[in-house]
Design a binder for this molecule. Structure first.
Ligand code: PLP
Length: 385
């Protein structure tokens, strides 16, 4: 942890704020480029939902990644950061008409479509504009990602994708639509997946589906396997860059691509998560019954993951060098769930100390709210301080 944070500079900044290690982000992106260099048909998109901060998006775009968007707002954010429109894919179970039109106007690469009514709507809007929409069908492969039930998406009980039993009827319907061109299949089984066997299971399922499509004389141009690679929340300094080599090699070993087929990835958390920390100041130490509370000035409005998914984040006191003690670390919001960690071992902590809530680069700043009429957290960057 030593040296990770410019503490002298932090002392002049109003807390709470996000701090992004832009060198680590660049190293992470270089690792992805290195690990995919031997596979010219692999295309990595960044899942904008993880963090749509313009500075972060710009660094990712400079490194050649595409953008995976799930709303019109994300398409606008990606375009503003300079992502080329032909590297933008648009997913999401409920696309509004204006968002679909924005996709046409911006000439995005492809719509990932999740249902027959959505296909019909895109077809109708495309015909009004005299366009043909390139679509990938998002298929729910019914694969268990072995992750938190709120962030699993590839089981048939989830709202996402077209279930395998409906695939044939969707394909039958699709060929009747004049303004739709099927270019791909899209999958995403969940997030924070650390067991590579889940991705292997996805590959095997895709092979079966491709075989089935082949029987129907369908070969699509692209396969999109979504995102989901997990990171080490427990020990971020041990694994600041996720194991992209193992991740990409699972697909290389197990996925049978047809000749000339392109393979797309949509990684979010694994790219940006370890680069961000939420920095917060200790307001008070409160004596409870049999425990001590550290009350900080950041709350669930700044980082909602612990309250929303009972997510674990490593918390460190970055200004105290004293022997550790145990505390519950809580925020100031009027909700009992506004707790960042229970029985957390921190260097003995006092009012005014700074804490870093680690691995907060993904699904942190972007999920911030103004509940309790609070200000949104600001962001600072290692290469600008
Ligand atoms: N693609 C889709 C369709 C998603 O829903 C998500 C996350 O929810 C992602 C990609 C990015 O996932 P991750 O941040 O786990 O890589």
């Amino acid at each position: 942890m030593k040296g990770l944070f410019p503490i002298d500079k932090f002392k002049n900044i109003e807390t709470p704020f996000y701090y992004y290690n832009t060198s680590l982000l660049r190293e992470t992106l270089n690792t992805i480029k290195k690990e995919t260099a031997q596979f010219p048909n692999y295309h990595v998109h960044y899942a904008v939902k993880a963090n749509a901060n313009n500075r972060i998006l710009s660094i990712i775009r400079e490194n050649g990644l595409g953008a995976d968007c799930v709303s019109g707002g994300e398409i606008k954010a990606a375009l503003k950061a300079g992502f080329p429109s032909d590297k933008i894919v648009f997913a999401g179970v409920g696309k509004a008409d204006w968002e679909i039109k924005l996709g046409f106007e911006s000439n995005i690469f492809c719509f990932n479509v999740e249902s027959i009514p959505e296909l019909d709507n895109i077809n109708e809007l495309a015909s009004i504009q005299g366009k043909t929409a390139s679509v990938a069908l998002r298929i729910n492969p019914n694969i268990d990602a072995h992750t938190h039930h709120y962030i699993t998406t590839g089981l048939s009980e989830n709202k996402f994708g077209i279930s395998l039993i409906h695939l044939d009827s969707v394909l039958d319907h699709l060929i009747t639509l004049k303004n739709i061109k099927l270019i791909g299949l899209h999958f995403h089984i969940g997030s924070q997946i650390t067991d590579m066997d889940s991705f292997k299971g996805l590959c095997i399922r895709i092979n079966e589906i491709q075989e089935h499509l082949y029987q129907r004389m369908i070969i699509v141009d692209s396969i999109n396997v979504g995102g989901g690679l997990g990171i080490n929340y427990e020990e971020p300094d041990k694994e600041p860059i996720p194991d992209f080599r193992s991740y990409f090699s699972v697909f290389y070993k197990h996925l049978k691509l047809r000749p000339k087929q392109e393979l797309h990835f949509e990684l979010g958390r694994s790219i940006i998560c370890q680069c961000g920390s939420l920095i917060t100041k200790v307001l008070y130490i409160k004596e409870g019954i049999n425990k001590k509370f550290v009350i900080v000035d950041a709350g669930m409005t700044d980082l909602i993951r612990p309250a929303l998914y009972q997510a674990y984040h490593k918390i460190e006191n970055i200004t105290s060098g004293l022997a550790p003690e145990e505390y519950d670390v809580v925020g100031p919001i009027c909700e009992s769930s506004d707790c960042f960690g229970k029985i957390v071992s921190l260097n003995a902590t006092h009012r005014g100390d700074l804490l870093a809530i680690r691995s907060s680069g993904a699904y942190g700043e972007i999920m911030a709210s103004q509940y309790n009429c609070r200000e949104l957290p600001k962001a600072y960057y290692q290469d600008e301080l």
